[in-house]
Ligand binder design. Structure first.
Ligand SMILES: Cc1ncc(COP(=O)(O)O)c(C=O)c1O
Length: 437
């Protein structure tokens, strides 16, 4: 792993007044490790406590560059739009950047409308509200996902019922979904997820939902840029939701978007997320409101990021293909996808083959020693203590679970591209993994 060599300078101390902020800055700058923070009593000029750092008493210390799972990649255009917001003094949760970001996304996705929010979670919440999910309503949700897919069901006092994954894409199992409909014929909505940017079996899932006349919410938080049979992820359900969280394929540091074709309902959502203010001369509120709107600054970052989306998808696809090729003769299988789909490969995820006695944690620990970040697969929601009492439907007819198996054998691999992860660093990561077997 390439290292940064830092010269130890005993006299030189970087000083700040807040240890927490200092640590955060240092982590960001140096990618962690090999430093120590201490209170510098000897900086006499300052009256309040001052913190400094020094290398571990060596003449020269080796600093391993941290390789992240997925970190932001700014293309440069972002600052132009953020500057525009400053120059025009539109710092509020409205303005040209918000409008243009929404327009760009809806054109890209191929939807009639888009509403920008401060989080993907907020967008899921509003999708459920738009579908009328309320107290006691059942909502089917893919079990293997991030908790944000399911939590908004609870915000509306709904009842989540979790659906297992199938082995071909790791997403919602049509087989398990059918079983859930047999027991609960009238759920209010179904939430499907494109895990790590890999498209779910949308035709089969949509067919089952249509048979029961139940709307589909497409949690494409991880899937922007991916395609299902030529259609962009996010455009395939009644509502699609996107996330621009810090580690997503494009980021606004934090943010989300609700997309769909029901323009009238999206206008109502826009009202809800701006505190449900009615068009009156005074502050008139006839419904419960939320403060979920995206700011014009953040939207400027999003406009810039959209100019780099296709490049990010192609770079992430190269990362995935390189892993796949390297592990072709190994007992490691990359997350599969269907032939007529195009994942965005936001995160390259893999499972260790059954019968191989290597645990994913062995690989994760070994890479951590080299300052390389990895992550377990999302722990399925039906296994989470918070959701332990919820009903769950397994893919296999004998009741055994695909998502539990993927969780037990899987891991997410570093998926950054140059310059965050250089090709030679990627080679070395692959080499370390191979040597674990
Ligand atoms: C599958 C999934 N759904 C929802 C979310 C929530 O998005 P956000 O973090 O923008 O609220 C995320 C990511 O964070 C996610 O990975």
């Amino acid at each position: 792993m390439p290292t940064i060599r830092i010269k130890y300078a005993p006299g030189a101390v970087s000083a700040v007044h807040n240890a927490d902020n200092f640590l955060k800055t240092l982590d960001y700058m140096l990618g962690l490790c090999y430093y120590t923070v201490y209170k510098c009593d000897f900086i006499k000029k300052c009256s309040s406590p001052v913190y400094g750092f020094g290398m571990y008493g060596k003449e020269e210390t080796e600093m391993k560059r941290k390789i992240y799972l997925s970190s932001p990649c700014m293309c440069g255009e972002e600052q132009k739009y953020v500057r525009e917001a400053f120059d025009t003094n539109w710092i509020a949760p409205l303005g040209k950047n918000v409008n243009e970001f929404e327009n760009t996304i809806k054109e890209y996705i191929g939807a009639k409308g888009a509403v920008a929010m401060n989080a993907g979670t907020a967008a899921i919440h509003m999708a459920l509200r738009a579908l009328g999910v309320g107290s006691g309503d059942i909502v089917f949700c893919q079990s293997m996902t991030f908790s944000a897919s399911a939590n908004p069901i609870i915000y509306e006092n709904g009842i989540p019922v979790f659906i297992d994954s199938e082995p071909d894409t790791w997403n919602m199992s049509p087989n398990a979904l059918r079983k859930a409909f047999e027991k609960y014929p009238h759920p209010k909505a179904v939430i499907v997820v494109h895990l790590y940017g890999t498209p779910a079996k949308m035709d089969e899932i949509a067919e089952i939902c249509n048979e029961h006349n139940v709307p589909l919410v497409e949690d494409a938080a991880e899937g922007l840029g991916g395609e299902y049979k030529g259609k962009k992820l996010g455009s395939l359900g009644k509502y699609g939701i996107l996330s621009f969280n810090g580690n997503k394929i494009i980021t606004t540091s934090g943010g989300g978007m609700l997309v769909g074709n029901d323009e009238a309902m999206l206008q109502t959502v826009l009202k809800w997320i701006t505190q449900s203010r009615e068009p009156a001369r005074w502050y008139q509120h006839e419904e419960l409101g939320y403060n979920y709107r995206m700011s014009n600054i953040v939207a400027g970052i999003g406009r810039g990021q959209m100019t780099a989306l296709e490049d990010h998808v192609s770079q992430k696809t190269n990362i995935y293909n390189k892993y796949k090729e390297a592990f072709a003769d190994m007992p490691i299988t990359m997350q599969p996808h269907e032939a007529d789909t195009k994942p965005n490969h936001w995160l390259s995820a893999a499972t260790i083959d059954k019968g191989c006695n290597i645990s994913p944690f062995t690989i994760m620990d070994r890479l951590a020693e080299e300052n390389v970040e990895t992550r377990p697969i999302w722990k399925p929601m039906h296994m989470q203590p918070f959701y332990k009492d919820c009903d769950y439907f397994a893919h296999n007819d004998d009741g055994t679970s695909i998502s539990e198996d993927i969780f037990a054998r899987g891991l997410c691999l570093p998926s950054d591209f140059y310059p965050q992860m250089k090709p030679e660093e990627h080679d070395e990561i692959i080499d370390i993994i191979k040597r674990c077997f």
